[in-house]
Design a protein. Structure first.
Length: 206
Protein backbone atom coordinates (compact mmCIF):
# COMPACT_ATOMS: atom_id res chain seq x y z
CA UNK A 1 0.00 0.00 0.00
CA UNK A 2 1.04 3.60 -0.55
CA UNK A 3 0.32 6.36 1.97
CA UNK A 4 -0.54 9.85 0.77
CA UNK A 5 -0.92 13.19 2.56
CA UNK A 6 -2.69 16.31 1.42
CA UNK A 7 -0.67 19.55 1.33
CA UNK A 8 -1.68 20.66 4.84
CA UNK A 9 -0.76 17.30 6.34
CA UNK A 10 2.55 17.25 4.50
CA UNK A 11 3.40 20.68 5.89
CA UNK A 12 2.55 19.48 9.40
CA UNK A 13 5.06 16.65 9.33
CA UNK A 14 7.77 18.26 7.20
CA UNK A 15 10.14 16.00 5.32
CA UNK A 16 10.31 13.19 7.90
CA UNK A 17 7.68 10.89 6.37
CA UNK A 18 4.25 9.78 7.45
CA UNK A 19 3.16 10.87 10.97
CA UNK A 20 2.43 8.43 13.76
CA UNK A 21 -1.16 7.65 14.70
CA UNK A 22 -2.36 7.86 18.30
CA UNK A 23 -4.19 4.81 19.63
CA UNK A 24 -6.63 4.73 22.55
CA UNK A 25 -8.42 1.97 24.38
CA UNK A 26 -12.20 1.60 24.25
CA UNK A 27 -12.58 4.10 27.10
CA UNK A 28 -10.58 6.82 25.37
CA UNK A 29 -7.42 6.29 27.41
CA UNK A 30 -4.20 7.09 25.45
CA UNK A 31 -2.21 3.97 24.70
CA UNK A 32 0.68 4.35 22.23
CA UNK A 33 1.90 5.64 18.86
CA UNK A 34 1.68 3.33 15.85
CA UNK A 35 2.73 3.54 12.20
CA UNK A 36 0.24 3.89 9.34
CA UNK A 37 1.02 0.27 8.39
CA UNK A 38 -0.04 -0.89 11.84
CA UNK A 39 -3.17 1.27 11.63
CA UNK A 40 -4.07 -0.38 8.32
CA UNK A 41 -3.89 -3.76 10.05
CA UNK A 42 -6.39 -2.62 12.68
CA UNK A 43 -8.71 -1.22 10.02
CA UNK A 44 -8.47 -4.39 7.91
CA UNK A 45 -9.25 -6.55 10.97
CA UNK A 46 -12.20 -4.24 11.84
CA UNK A 47 -10.77 -3.51 15.26
CA UNK A 48 -11.40 0.23 15.14
CA UNK A 49 -14.09 1.06 17.70
CA UNK A 50 -14.24 4.77 16.91
CA UNK A 51 -11.98 7.60 15.83
CA UNK A 52 -11.28 11.26 16.61
CA UNK A 53 -9.34 14.14 15.18
CA UNK A 54 -9.65 16.38 12.19
CA UNK A 55 -6.83 14.72 10.28
CA UNK A 56 -7.58 11.77 8.01
CA UNK A 57 -4.98 9.94 5.92
CA UNK A 58 -5.81 7.95 2.81
CA UNK A 59 -3.68 4.88 2.19
CA UNK A 60 -3.88 3.40 -1.32
CA UNK A 61 -3.35 -0.22 -2.29
CA UNK A 62 -3.53 -2.21 -5.51
CA UNK A 63 -6.15 -2.25 -8.27
CA UNK A 64 -8.78 -5.01 -8.28
CA UNK A 65 -8.88 -7.16 -11.42
CA UNK A 66 -12.63 -7.62 -11.06
CA UNK A 67 -13.79 -4.07 -10.40
CA UNK A 68 -10.87 -2.08 -11.72
CA UNK A 69 -10.98 0.00 -8.56
CA UNK A 70 -8.03 0.86 -6.43
CA UNK A 71 -8.27 -0.23 -2.79
CA UNK A 72 -7.91 2.42 -0.13
CA UNK A 73 -8.17 2.87 3.63
CA UNK A 74 -8.90 6.19 5.32
CA UNK A 75 -7.24 6.32 8.73
CA UNK A 76 -7.91 8.97 11.36
CA UNK A 77 -5.07 10.49 13.37
CA UNK A 78 -6.62 9.21 16.64
CA UNK A 79 -8.19 5.74 16.78
CA UNK A 80 -9.70 3.64 19.57
CA UNK A 81 -8.86 -0.08 19.34
CA UNK A 82 -11.06 -2.96 20.43
CA UNK A 83 -9.47 -5.73 22.48
CA UNK A 84 -8.68 -6.84 26.01
CA UNK A 85 -4.96 -6.25 25.59
CA UNK A 86 -5.59 -2.52 25.23
CA UNK A 87 -7.82 -2.35 28.30
CA UNK A 88 -5.31 -4.20 30.49
CA UNK A 89 -2.69 -1.48 30.07
CA UNK A 90 -3.44 1.09 32.74
CA UNK A 91 -3.31 4.82 32.05
CA UNK A 92 -1.26 5.21 35.23
CA UNK A 93 1.39 2.60 34.43
CA UNK A 94 4.88 3.95 35.08
CA UNK A 95 6.49 4.68 31.69
CA UNK A 96 10.03 3.48 30.96
CA UNK A 97 12.81 5.82 32.04
CA UNK A 98 15.41 7.05 29.56
CA UNK A 99 17.48 10.19 29.21
CA UNK A 100 15.66 11.70 26.25
CA UNK A 101 12.28 11.73 28.01
CA UNK A 102 13.87 12.72 31.33
CA UNK A 103 15.51 15.78 29.77
CA UNK A 104 12.24 16.70 28.07
CA UNK A 105 10.34 16.27 31.34
CA UNK A 106 12.71 18.72 33.01
CA UNK A 107 12.80 21.01 29.93
CA UNK A 108 16.61 20.64 29.67
CA UNK A 109 16.96 22.59 32.93
CA UNK A 110 19.70 21.60 35.35
CA UNK A 111 18.09 20.88 38.71
CA UNK A 112 21.02 22.42 40.60
CA UNK A 113 22.33 25.48 38.78
CA UNK A 114 19.18 26.30 36.78
CA UNK A 115 20.99 26.48 33.46
CA UNK A 116 19.41 25.28 30.21
CA UNK A 117 21.71 23.01 28.22
CA UNK A 118 21.78 20.93 25.06
CA UNK A 119 21.30 17.18 25.35
CA UNK A 120 25.03 16.48 24.96
CA UNK A 121 25.80 18.57 28.04
CA UNK A 122 23.21 16.95 30.29
CA UNK A 123 23.28 13.86 32.51
CA UNK A 124 20.89 11.79 34.59
CA UNK A 125 21.53 12.50 38.25
CA UNK A 126 20.32 10.16 40.98
CA UNK A 127 19.18 12.28 43.91
CA UNK A 128 19.90 9.44 46.30
CA UNK A 129 22.99 7.71 44.85
CA UNK A 130 23.04 3.98 44.12
CA UNK A 131 25.66 3.52 46.84
CA UNK A 132 23.16 4.85 49.39
CA UNK A 133 20.24 2.71 48.26
CA UNK A 134 18.90 4.99 45.53
CA UNK A 135 16.94 3.54 42.62
CA UNK A 136 16.99 4.30 38.91
CA UNK A 137 13.40 5.56 38.91
CA UNK A 138 11.55 8.71 37.85
CA UNK A 139 11.13 9.91 41.46
CA UNK A 140 14.87 9.62 42.17
CA UNK A 141 16.31 11.26 39.07
CA UNK A 142 16.62 14.79 37.75
CA UNK A 143 18.37 16.44 34.85
CA UNK A 144 21.80 17.87 35.72
CA UNK A 145 24.54 19.50 33.71
CA UNK A 146 27.84 17.64 33.69
CA UNK A 147 29.56 20.18 35.94
CA UNK A 148 26.88 19.95 38.65
CA UNK A 149 26.79 16.16 38.43
CA UNK A 150 30.55 15.95 38.92
CA UNK A 151 30.39 18.42 41.81
CA UNK A 152 27.61 16.46 43.54
CA UNK A 153 29.48 13.22 42.95
CA UNK A 154 28.37 10.23 45.05
CA UNK A 155 26.51 12.33 47.62
CA UNK A 156 22.98 13.45 48.37
CA UNK A 157 22.12 17.09 47.54
CA UNK A 158 22.19 17.92 51.26
CA UNK A 159 25.65 16.41 51.73
CA UNK A 160 26.92 18.28 48.67
CA UNK A 161 25.34 21.55 49.79
CA UNK A 162 23.34 21.71 46.55
CA UNK A 163 19.65 22.62 46.61
CA UNK A 164 17.18 21.03 44.17
CA UNK A 165 15.41 23.73 42.15
CA UNK A 166 12.47 21.49 41.27
CA UNK A 167 10.99 18.18 42.39
CA UNK A 168 10.98 15.02 40.27
CA UNK A 169 7.71 13.40 39.27
CA UNK A 170 6.47 10.44 37.24
CA UNK A 171 5.00 11.42 33.85
CA UNK A 172 1.59 9.93 33.23
CA UNK A 173 0.79 8.08 30.01
CA UNK A 174 -0.39 11.13 28.07
CA UNK A 175 2.62 13.19 29.05
CA UNK A 176 4.98 10.37 28.13
CA UNK A 177 3.38 10.08 24.69
CA UNK A 178 3.99 13.80 24.17
CA UNK A 179 7.60 13.43 25.30
CA UNK A 180 8.30 10.56 22.90
CA UNK A 181 6.93 12.04 19.67
CA UNK A 182 8.60 15.05 18.07
CA UNK A 183 5.98 15.45 15.35
CA UNK A 184 2.61 15.43 17.07
CA UNK A 185 -0.26 16.71 14.96
CA UNK A 186 -2.40 19.53 16.34
CA UNK A 187 -5.49 17.38 16.95
CA UNK A 188 -3.38 14.73 18.71
CA UNK A 189 -1.76 17.34 20.96
CA UNK A 190 -5.13 18.85 21.80
CA UNK A 191 -6.42 15.44 22.88
CA UNK A 192 -3.33 14.49 24.92
CA UNK A 193 -3.17 17.90 26.61
CA UNK A 194 -6.53 17.19 28.26
CA UNK A 195 -4.91 14.27 30.12
CA UNK A 196 -1.72 16.02 31.25
CA UNK A 197 -1.73 16.69 35.02
CA UNK A 198 -1.75 20.25 36.30
CA UNK A 199 1.68 19.91 37.94
CA UNK A 200 3.37 18.85 34.70
CA UNK A 201 6.14 21.13 33.47
CA UNK A 202 4.94 20.37 29.96
CA UNK A 203 1.94 22.64 30.55
CA UNK A 204 4.29 25.64 30.39
CA UNK A 205 5.45 24.56 26.94
CA UNK A 206 2.00 23.96 25.40
Amino acid sequence: MMAQLNSAQAAAVGQGGFPLILTLDMHGVPHRWITWQHACYYYAKERIAWSLGGTVFTIYGGISRLSGRRSEISAASIIAIRGKAMAIRSFNNVPPLNNRELFHRDRHLCAYCGGVFSTTRLTRDHITPFSRGGRDAWMNVVTACRACNERKSDRSPEQAGMELLYAPYVPNRAEYLILTNRRILADQMEFLAQHVPAQSRLRHAM
